[in-house]
Ligand binder design. Structure first.
Ligand SMILES: [Zn+2]
Length: 260
C-alpha cells in the first residue's frame, strides 16, 4: 500500500514533516530493530527507492546507536521507544524517548491488565502531552516458550480496549497492530468512530485470508456511505489502515513480502 498524499491514514506523516524534505511515498509503521546496524542499512536500502520511512521499534539499550544512525541517514527512520506498561520506569522512559526526538512508543504488548485499565492512564496522558504515537499489539499473541509459565493473555489486548483510550486521550495517535486478529470487525468499527485510531494488518491475517481478501469489503463497509450513522470521512474506509511489515529478528525479507 503506497499512501496517497492527502490520505488521513498517514498517522505518521504529520511527524515526518519536520524531519524530511520530501513527504515519504511509503511509511512502514511497524519494524522491530534487532539491535544490529547491518539491519538498519538493509532497511534503508529497501526504503530508498520510495523515499520511504520506517517507524523503528527501539529498546532503551539501542537508543544511542539508533540516534547515531539516524544522524547518518536522516529522514529514513523515526523512533518508537519500546516500553512495558507495567515497568515502574515507564514514564521516565517515555520522557527519555521523547527528549531524544522519538515519534512514539511501542510496540506495547503483554500487559498485566487490560490496555484500558486506569493504572496505565498516566502513561497515555504523558504520551499525549508529548504528541507521541502509540503502537499497541492487538489480538492473539505468539507463545514463544510454551514450557515457561507466563502471565500474558491476548484477552487483555482485544482491539475494543483501544476505544476508551482513544476517546479519553483524543490527541493521542493510536495504531493497533494486527487489526485485532481475529476480531477484525471490532477493530474496524472501533477505528471508524475514533479519528485518532488506525490499524495495521501485519502478522498472519493476510496469509490466512489470501484466498478471500473480499471479506475486508464487508468489514470496512462505509466507503462513500453518507449517513447520520457514520462519521464524515474520506472516500475510502481503508484509510483506517496503515502499512506495516512487522519485520523482526533482522528478517528483512518480511518487508518485501508485506509490500507485495
Ligand atoms: Zn504485535
Amino acid at each position: 500500500m503506497v499512501p496517497r498524499p492527502s490520505s488521513p491514514w498517514l498517522a505518521a506523516a504529520a511527524l515526518t514533516a519536520a524531519c524530511c524534505a520530501q513527504r515519504p511515498k511509503l511509511i512502514d509503521a511497524h519494524v522491530h530493530h534487532n539491535g544490529k546496524t547491518e539491519f538498519l542499512e538493509q532497511l534503508c536500502a529497501r526504503l530508498d527507492p520510495y523515499d520511504g520511512m520506517a517507524l523503528l521499534i527501539t529498546s532503551p539499550k539501542d537508543l544511542d546507536s539508533v540516534l547515531a544512525f539516524m544522524k547518518r541517514r536522516p529522514g529514513r527512520l523515526a523512533g518508537l521507544g519500546e516500553i512495558r506498561l507495567d515497568d515502574p520506569r515507564a514514564l521516565e522512559l517515555a520522557d527519555r524517548f521523547h527528549a531524544a526526538g522519538f515519534a512514539g512508543l511501542g510496540e506495547l504488548t503483554k500487559p498485566l491488565k487490560d490496555y484500558h485499565d486506569r493504572s496505565y492512564w498516566p502513561i497515555y496522558e504523558r504520551a499525549e502531552k508529548h504528541g507521541m504515537i502509540l503502537l499497541f499489539h492487538t489480538g492473539i499473541v505468539s507463545r514463544g516458550s510454551p514450557d515457561i509459565p507466563e502471565d500474558a493473555s491476548s484477552d487483555r489486548m482485544r482491539p475494543g480496549t483501544l476505544d476508551l483510550i482513544a476517546r479519553r486521550f483524543p490527541k493521542l495517535k493510536i495504531i493497533g497492530a494486527h487489526l485485532g486478529n481475529p476480531e477484525y470487525p471490532i477493530a474496524a468499527e472501533t477505528a471508524r468512530w475514533n479519528p485518532n485510531l488506525w490499524f495495521d494488518v501485519t502478522g498472519s491475517t493476510l496469509i490466512k485470508t489470501q484466498e478471500n481478501y473480499r471479506i475486508f469489503n464487508s468489514i470496512f463497509w462505509w466507503s462513500s456511505v453518507a449517513s447520520p450513522h457514520t462519521p464524515k470521512g474520506g472516500p475510502s474506509a481503508f484509510e483506517k489502515l496503515v502499512f506495516g511489515s512487522d519485520t523482526f529478528g533482522g528478517e528483512i525479507e518480511e518487508f518485501d513480502r508485506s509490500l507485495e
